[in-house]
Design a protein around this ligand. Structure first.
Ligand code: RB5
Length: 300
């Protein structure tokens, strides 16, 4: 686990934006094993995130309403592998409390401080978020990518979806994932259960967190994958089903039909499915019911 701690002064504007934007970037880029927190050098504990920071994040589809400010502590500094301050002055302030090797400022990363938008207009917060996002992307490239694992995604298809699979693999690579092609390897007719089983097994065994399957309709692959314990394979037709199956069903295998969808639809569904988090809550209880059924009726 790599622990990141973003620091500003009050922990209500800049550092919470950095915290939530960073989580989103890790999710989008399939970076695993990163824990992100933020704190302020002179924060009051328990304040809400500032209105414009929250709205700026909301406009990017990120809900930061649960954020409560916290003041920096020795413990937080110790636990962090990287402490990233918004300004050079904040870095200097922390220098006597924190090992130099892990202390960085946005100026070190981006070449400029992130100025405090507090009390300014909406536009200033939007500019601040953009600047932070740029800094975070550079930080990932320069410091993080060497040490974190990209999410490995096993993917397979039969002959009917061979071309579509190639497009999804290309897309996954461009998005920073590490696709593992489990066949088939040409348009010559094959049996889909053989290939569906490879991906489903990788997910069922816990070797991989998520997998992707394609066949002509997506139906055969769904039937195969859902025979494996712990697999929740979901056949998706559009953006809505891609989002709902992650939020409600915690889908761990995405299935699509290459004879049903266009290439554009397939990539749109894949993107949404990868970037949507499970909502938990009442849905967890329902998933536990599915697991109980699986347990009860599986032949030992
Ligand atoms: C192959 O012709 C087709 O049956 C297969 O791709 C899939 O649609 C099965 O459900």
């Amino acid at each position: 686990m790599t622990n990141l701690l973003f620091v500003c002064t009050g922990n209500t504007c800049r550092s919470p934006m950095a915290e939530y934007l960073m989580r989103e970037l890790c999710q989008k880029q399939g970076l695993q094993g990163i824990s992100v927190l933020s704190a302020g050098t002179s924060a009051f504990s328990g304040d809400d995130i500032s209105f414009y920071s929250r709205e700026e994040l909301r406009s990017r589809g990120i809900d930061a309403s649960a954020h409560r400010s916290r003041c920096i502590t020795q413990e937080l500094l110790q636990q962090a592998d990287y402490v990233i301050t918004m300004t050079e002055a904040q870095k200097h302030f922390l220098q006597s409390y924190c090992q130099a090797e892990k202390l960085l400022s946005m100026r070190d990363i981006l070449g400029e401080d992130i100025a405090d938008p507090y009390g300014r207009d909406e536009e200033s917060y939007a500019r601040c978020a953009e600047q932070i996002e740029k800094g975070l992307k550079l930080f990932i490239e320069k410091y993080l990518q060497k040490e974190v694992k990209k999410m490995r995604i096993p993917i397979a298809s039969d002959h009917a979806a061979f071309a579509a699979k190639a497009k999804v693999i290309e897309f996954l690579k461009a998005e920073g994932y590490e696709p593992v092609d489990m066949g088939c390897y040409s348009e010559e007719s094959v049996h889909y259960p053989e290939y569906g089983a490879k991906v489903a097994e990788a997910v069922s065994s816990g070797e991989c967190e998520k997998g992707i399957l394609l066949c002509g309709t997506g139906i055969g692959m769904s039937l195969v994958a859902n025979k494996f314990p712990g697999v929740r394979a979901t056949l998706c037709h559009n953006a809505f089903t891609a989002q709902a199956c992650r939020e409600h069903n915690d889908s761990n295998v995405l299935v699509m039909g290459a004879r049903v969808l266009t290439e554009e639809q397939i990539l749109e569904i894949t993107k949404i499915w990868l970037e949507t988090e499970f909502a938990g809550g009442r849905h967890s209880e329902r998933l536990a019911m599915i697991s109980a059924i699986e347990e009860k009726f599986s032949k030992k």
